[in-house]
Design a protein around this ligand. Sequence first.
Ligand SMILES: *Cc1c(COP(=O)(O)O)cnc(C)c1O
Length: 352
Amino acid sequence: MSYELPKKLRELTPYEPLTGACPIRLDANESFLSPPEDLRRQIARAVAQVDFNRYPDPCCSRLCGLFADFFGLDPQRVVAGNGSDELIGLIVSSFTQPGEAMVVTSPEFSMYAFYAQMCGVEVHSFGKDPQTLDLDVPGLIAFAKARRAKLLILSNPCNPTSRLISGEEALDVVRALEDCLVVVDEAYMDFADGSVLSAAHRFPNLIVLKTCSKAFGMAAIRLGFAVAGETLARALRAVKSPYNVNAMTQAVGCVLLAPENRGYLLGCIEEIKASREALYQGIRGLDKKEILQVANTRANFVFLKASHPEKTYEALKERGIAIRCMPPYLRVTAGSRAENAALLTALNELLT
Ligand SMILES: *Cc1c(COP(=O)(O)O)cnc(C)c1O
């Protein structure tokens, strides 16, 4: 008998990046702000000093220390990852057994369910209100209890809906599901108020995830963080591959999170928030029959329901503008002033 792929892999297709020329990229929720010259010089100096013949620090001690200082946390509770994506995969595969139940909401960041399927975990999806896209938190708790969930992951603010639940509501979930690991992915919390980051150490069943890919504009370096209580943080350090964050990324992350660059990062957040407000108001102001609903955003993107999402998506791509299409919805990342203007002009011409 010849070799056959495991069943779970047969239908999989590799992640396909966008093809064709798309000068305006509003599809991946990246920051539209790229590091200025001065910061690039600091980065170049730091990378030039890397001990390239040595393995990197497996604990990312300096990096985790700077991250902890930035957010006012205890560095012992911080674990760095090769993007928060790596941490999500690690948590799903290491903190569950095949056949156990994991709860996600819907619509939600698709990677959670993807990793679960790879390790034989049963995914149960709790739908959001189709009209408001709001999450019924008591409903979610009851749903997870009924399925004896061992793991519950949600993004807050949510990708893709852009909606926020309060920190108190997130902690309600953590408290109510004592025997379930709750992961709150705060990839977009820099744009909103409702973080549970500083509460993470108080609960034995909570992990909070952060990333440098969105507000901090560093998607290229692949750097994310998990923050949790002592037992969970230790377990995460124990299961991760030892050298998961390479030395160049650690060096760049240390520059980025250094106290002298704090002002720059906080300024980026304000600029991105201003852009998302402008984009949100701009899309609402178009007043098109084909735009059925625009969610009130707390992230760096706008989520809207459209009558012909695929058609609109393709027509925008023709014009060199990439957005995300998830029928019946479209998701548009807040861009520079010029990018937002190009998108609004195109939508105004394309939609009725
Ligand atoms: C973008 C995104 C991430 C990815 O973070 P990386 O650190 O770039 O891997 C994680 N979670 C959510 C909800 C995201 O939208």
